[in-house]
Design a protein around this ligand. Structure first.
Ligand code: DOR
Ligand code: ZN
Length: 348
């Protein structure tokens, strides 16, 4: 049986939700990852350090006893976020990034930023204090084709922003295209990107395979096969600017299987195992540790974990659904096999 041991990985982009749904999903992430950058797009959004601290306490309370998992909190950037709030966030030691949602681009982004220039003073303070800006990189302009929204945002909004704030650290979250890979590779120091498992495993054909497949719908939407290949090349290439971020985003079954279904794929139940599949298929399992356990920590100025995680090649079948508050959560690959699993020695 093949096995691979890596330093315990971290998830640099995850949605844990709140309340009963938080309790339903957080253990999956905590089982695999030592830390995770937790997205702030709750209702209402996490816009202050005080709210982030309270949310962090709720996450810790939802973890299984003895879990060493550390949630790394983020603030939701609005046009009213003040430079003083950034200073408070930095001083707290628990806030590790500030998330820019272009208003209207995705789930719970309506409180986001309509005109990024109105946040200039706040971005300036972030650059001074070394607080990273985490970006949902899509233009919300409905006249732009959904498959072009990432490229348009990178070229028209992010490139000038990165020039205006030359020392601002930026993570372009969940990149989906060859264009984005090229953009990151050719950008200045201090700019990196996360990549999800679904964008490494699938192209947009998955959305239409034999009928409309709502459980493959996320934002940014899956792209072309050439884009997927460029992402695999970036993730498995040993390049420190690209690191793991699942964007695992749970939604109750009825809200996905609907006339107007929510965007988001739940992958936390098998996240590191799915990345292992991708790296194995590329013949690059030896590079999983960099992508999953080192490059993200380096970017955020944190030490990698000393503890390890061992994966074994031993297929298992994903349940059809998991409990999710009063409803059900349909996980990625429901009812089908995942090739890798966490070794029993890691306590499963
Ligand atoms: O598919 C997505 N789901 N993309 C996002 O940007 C947000 C996320 C969510 O919160 O459900
Ligand atoms: Zn996300």
């Amino acid at each position: 049986m093949r096995r691979i041991t890596i330093p315990r990985p971290d998830d640099w982009h995850v949605h844990l939700r709140d309340g009963a749904t938080l309790a339903a999903v957080a253990p999956f992430t905590a089982r695999r990852f030592g830390r995770a950058i937790v997205m702030p797009n709750l209702r209402p959004p996490i816009t202050t350090t005080d709210a982030a601290r309270a949310y962090r306490d709720r996450i810790l309370a939802a973890l299984p006893a003895g879990s060493g998992f550390e949630p790394l909190m983020t603030l939701y950037l609005t046009e009213s976020t003040t430079p003083a709030e950034i200073a408070r966030a930095k001083a707290s030691g628990i806030v590790h990034g500030v998330k820019l949602y272009p208003a209207g681009a995705t789930t719970h982004s309506d409180a986001g930023v309509a005109d990024v220039r109105r946040t200039d003073a706040t971005l300036e303070r972030m650059a001074e204090l070394g607080m990273p800006l985490l970006v949902h990189g899509e233009t919300p302009d409905p006249s732009v084709d959904p498959f072009d929204r990432e490229a348009r945002f990178l070229d028209e909004v992010l490139a000038p922003l990165a020039e205006r704030f030359a020392s601002l650290r930026i993570v372009v979250e969940h990149i989906t295209t060859r264009h984005a890979v090229d953009f990151i590779r050719s950008s200045r120091d201090g700019i990196a990107a996360t990549i999800t498992p679904q964008h490494l495993l699938h192209n947009r054909g998955a959305l239409f395979a034999g009928g409309l497949r709502p459980h493959y719908y996320c934002l940014p939407v899956l792209k072309r096969e050439e884009d997927r290949r460029a992402l695999v090349d970036a993730a498995t290439g040993g390049e420190p600017r690209f690191f793991l971020g699942t964007d695992s985003a749970p939604h109750e079954r009825a809200t996905k299987e609907a006339a107007c279904g929510c965007a988001g794929m739940f992958t936390a139940h098998a996240a590191i195992e799915l990345y292992a599949e991708v790296f194995d298929a590329a013949g690059r399992l030896d590079r999983l540790a960099g992508f999953a356990s080192r490059f993200g920590a380096d970017f955020y100025g944190l030490a990698p974990h000393r503890e390890t995680l061992t994966l074994v090649e031993a297929p298992w079948t994903v349940p059809e659904s998991y409990p999710f508050d009063d409803g059900r959560l349909v996980p990625y690959r429901a009812g089908a096999a995942v090739r890798w699993r966490i070794d029993a020695e890691n306590g499963e």
